[in-house]
Design a protein around this ligand. Structure first.
Ligand SMILES: *[C@@H]1O[C@H](CO)[C@@H](O)[C@H](O)[C@H]1NC(C)=O
Ligand SMILES: *[C@@H]1O[C@H](CO)[C@@H](O)[C@H](O)[C@H]1NC(C)=O
Ligand SMILES: *[C@@H]1O[C@H](CO)[C@@H](O)[C@H](O)[C@H]1NC(C)=O
Ligand SMILES: *[C@@H]1O[C@H](CO)[C@@H](O)[C@H](O)[C@H]1NC(C)=O
Length: 292
């Protein structure tokens, strides 16, 4: 009896292993993950005449946060913009564990929404620099704007697009200016929750020695410093009060949810996400039928 069980267990383990090897092997040639460290992004040209500009939102996250990516795909899958072409991609540094090469390969095949940068995951070690400076090299087409977003922020795409529409497509730095009470986007920097740069600034980051020489430090603060040192971003826009931290999570950066919201940050717990999704009626029009 025991021997039989051992044999069955061994056989199942073997089958699972074979299956994993099969997946790894069969995807290997289509999606060589490492090396090279970059995933090339093909820009799908589905732009309609109403779409006036394009925006890439890069959600900076870590490879192991599978559940968060799954959830954010659902959240952004319910949204679109009538005036902008918006792509949401997940951005992280090089893979470090064997299982990531399998699981993330599956995500890439299914969703094609992952950018793997040549860096190692570390807070404030230049990931944001790597992100912006790599984009011009790997994108098959440029966007008008590029955003860096956290993975604990809820962004409402249409209000975001509407707020960008009247602004400059050039030399623009947009976000939520720090410190919390400040209303002056020309002093200090935009919060890492989510800030937008026009494409020319993305290219500048990739070419200038100023960012290249200052990659270590709090990522959002560094971006503000580069732009100031380079005398860049003549056009700045701090979108308060419609960008903010979730009520009660961060002092004067927080306030109650409001209808015109562009972004709510610091969503760590499920009940916070639930509150936000309900408040903005994200699933209100989705009919749930009973299966009979
Ligand atoms: C990744 O970065 C390392 C260190 O900077 C470099 O040696 C290596 O060539 C890079 N790999 C690719 C594929 O660019
Ligand atoms: C993409 O669409 C735009 C707008 O319709 C058009 O001008 C452009 O030529 C298209 N590009 C490609 C590569 O098809
Ligand atoms: C960046 O660093 C290099 C090497 O240390 C130096 O030669 C260059 O002048 C620096 N550039 C700026 C803009 O600080
Ligand atoms: C959500 O729907 C309710 C009921 O239709 C409406 O009163 C409310 O204004 C909507 N909320 C937002 C943020 O649009």
């Amino acid at each position: 009896m025991l021997r039989l069980r051992i044999i069955v267990a061994t056989l199942s383990a073997l089958a699972i292993l074979l299956f994993l090897f099969f997946i790894l092997f069969s995807i290997h040639f289509k999606s060589p993950l490492l090396p090279p460290a970059y995933t090339t992004i093909t820009f799908q040209n589905k732009s309609s005449p109403h779409q006036q500009f394009s925006l890439l939102i890069g959600v900076l996250t870590r490879p192991d946060k599978y559940d968060r990516r799954h959830f954010l795909r659902l959240v952004y899958g319910t949204q679109s913009s009538s005036i902008a072409k918006i792509d949401v991609k997940f951005v992280f540094c090089s893979l470090t564990k064997p299982e990531q090469r399998v699981f993330i390969a599956l995500e890439i095949v299914r969703f094609n929404d992952i950018i793997i940068l040549n860096c190692s995951e570390n807070m404030n070690s230049g990931k944001t620099y790597k992100y912006f400076s790599t984009l011009p090299q790997i994108l098959s087409r440029q966007y008008n704007y590029v955003m860096k977003a956290d993975d604990d922020v809820f962004i409402r795409l249409e209000p975001l697009a509407l707020s960008l529409q009247p602004l400059s497509r050039f030399d623009l730095y947009y976000g939520f200016v720090i410190p919390c009470p400040s209303m002056n986007p020309f002093v200090h920097y935009m919060s890492g929750m989510g800030f937008v740069l026009s494409w020319d600034l993305v290219e500048w980051i990739g070419n200038s020695e100023i960012p290249m020489n200052h990659t270590f430090g709090p990522e959002d603060k560094m971006v503000g410093q580069w732009l100031n040192d380079g005398n860049k971003a003549k056009n700045r826009f701090s979108n308060k009060p419609v960008m903010y931290d979730y009520p009660g999570t961060n002092g004067r950066c927080s306030h109650q949810l409001i209808p015109d919201t562009v972004a709510v940050h610091r969503l760590k717990r499920w009940e916070q996400w639930l509150h936000v999704l309900n408040y903005f009626n994200v699933t209100k029009d989705i009919e749930l039928y009973n299966i009979v």
